[in-house]
Design a protein around this ligand. Structure first.
Ligand code: FCB
Length: 452
């Protein structure tokens, strides 16, 4: 049994799951009339993605979803979080819809439900239709309306079977890297465009919450935020200020207006030119839960390399790091969980947590990924402590089911519980897959016992 489990009483309906996203796993980038997304375009910009990788084929999940749901059944998960590729169902992002794309998600959802797995649908995991980017994308206020219409399409189509909806995955990450620092699609580094994108994404969230409630009876709606404690990399007033600034962008720029109705103090003046009367009320719509993604804390430096004045520094010597270079510090996870609980007072679902590791198939055909097991054991342990301290945490989803296209790292980083042999698309459950299945089964037995 996993260490720590027997010490903790989890809520009886605690949900264990896994998460994925459309561009990272689906492939079939040119099939059935799917339109291009900003990631298709960005991947073709030379030098942007490790090894020149693209999501063209990825895990070929578009064709292999039934096999992948079989793996989910073996894991014993209660829920699966995926995202819909906007350009697959509306190739130009607005106007005409594509029946084949819509039907793919019908099949996926129906197969999940027959397997007893609850679908959690995320509207936006970064693959904006290219046609909308050509019109300015998130820097254009019209994008709010385009997203609202897309949300209505999705709610009407799947709302009879899907009740859990997330509007956005990690808005702080895709706006900062995509529009502020130019390190992800669409590759823009412009302070004004960045702030406009932040505000429009917030508005799109609020409008989509209303649209989902109007189109789905009994909808349970939230957004998914990446929250990472921001620590100064070294002691100096400049670094401390940079850490506060990154904290305002990364941890505050979306949850605060969405849940408290205002931008963080450090950002408020910069946001003012982009606000119109009534915007904050439209952004701050009631939601049902807080979706949290967490991997590690940030160590922040002051920097002149970008207009934001922020640099990503190294963790102090002695702090273990994953192969991504991300610090492994479960205490920061506990800190994030308790901080979010105290600030927003919403049920929390951990919708991403996990790690990359040096995975390889051994002579017995197995993938013995002990570093991932150690990571998951330590991080779930920190979560149990946060629950013990009173945080209202209702679920935990591992990132990710499968190795997949890891954005700028391409296929060079593996986050899956299942190893994907890309040349053959063969799936090989890793040791961590069995570890997670045991944890879920043990928890289920415990709950059954406590109810008998
Ligand atoms: C998160 C993303 C997810 C994945 C993990 C490793 O920031 O939401 O798509 O890439 O990191």
């Amino acid at each position: 049994m996993a260490a720590g489990l027997h010490h903790t009483e989890l809520p009886s309906r605690f949900v264990w799951g896994v998460s994925t996203s459309s561009y990272q796993i689906e492939g079939a980038a040119y099939e059935d009339g799917r339109g291009p997304s900003i990631w298709d375009t960005y991947c073709r910009r030379s030098g942007r993605i490790a090894n020149g990788d693209t999501g063209d084929v990825a895990c070929d999940h578009y064709h292999r979803y039934a096999e992948d749901i079989g793996l989910m059944r073996q894991l014993g998960i209660g829920a699966y979080r995926f995202s819909v590729a906007w350009p697959r169902v509306m190739p130009a992002g607005r106007g005409a819809t594509k029946e084949a794309g819509l039907a793919f998600y019908d099949h996926l959802i129906d197969a999940l439900l027959s397997a007893g797995i609850e679908p959690w649908l995320c509207l936006y995991h970064w693959d904006l239709p290219q046609a909308l980017d050509d019109l300015g994308g998130w820097t254009n206020r019209d994008c709010v309306q385009w997203f609202a219409d897309y949300a209505t399409l999705i709610g009407r189509r799947y709302g009879d079977r899907v009740k859990r909806y997330a509007t956005f995955n990690e808005p702080s990450v895709f706006t900062l890297f995509g529009y502020g620092l130019g390190q992800q699609a669409p590759g823009i580094a412009d302070q004004t465009k960045f702030l406009r994108a932040v505000h429009h994404v917030n508005l799109a969230h609020g409008v989509a919450v209303d649209r989902l409630r109007a189109s789905v009876a009994g909808a349970s709606v939230g957004a998914i935020h990446n929250c990472q404690p921001c620590r100064a990399a070294a002691q100096s007033p400049e670094h401390a200020l940079a850490a506060q600034k990154l904290d305002a962008y990364w941890n505050g720029a979306f949850p605060d207006p969405q849940l408290i109705g205002r931008y963080p103090d450090l950002l408020a003046d910069a946001m003012t030119p982009h606000l119109r009367p009534g915007d904050l009320a439209q952004i701050c719509r009631p939601v049902d839960w807080f979706g949290l993604n967490h991997y590690s804390p940030h160590y922040v430096t002051a920097s002149t390399a970008n207009p934001l004045g922020i640099g990503f520094g190294a963790a102090p010597a002695g702090v273990p790091r994953s192969v991504m270079g991300w610090p492994v510090e479960p205490d920061a996870f506990r800190e994030a969980l308790t901080g979010i609980h105290q600030r927003y007072r919403l049920p929390i679902y951990v919708l991403e947590n996990g790690t990359a590791a040096h995975d390889a198939i051994d002579a017995n055909g197995e993938v013995p990924d002990q570093p991932r097991i150690d990571y998951l054991q330590a991080y779930t342990g920190a979560m149990f402590e946060a629950i013990g301290a009173g945080a209202d945490i209702r679920g935990y989803f591992v990132w990710s089911l499968l190795d997949n296209f890891e954005w700028s790292s391409g296929y060079s980083q593996r986050f899956g519980l299942v190893y994907v042999d890309y040349p053959t698309q063969r799936r090989i459950p890793k040791a961590s897959f069995r570890w997670y299945a045991r944890l879920i089964a043990a928890q289920r037995r415990k709950n059954a016992a406590s109810w008998s």
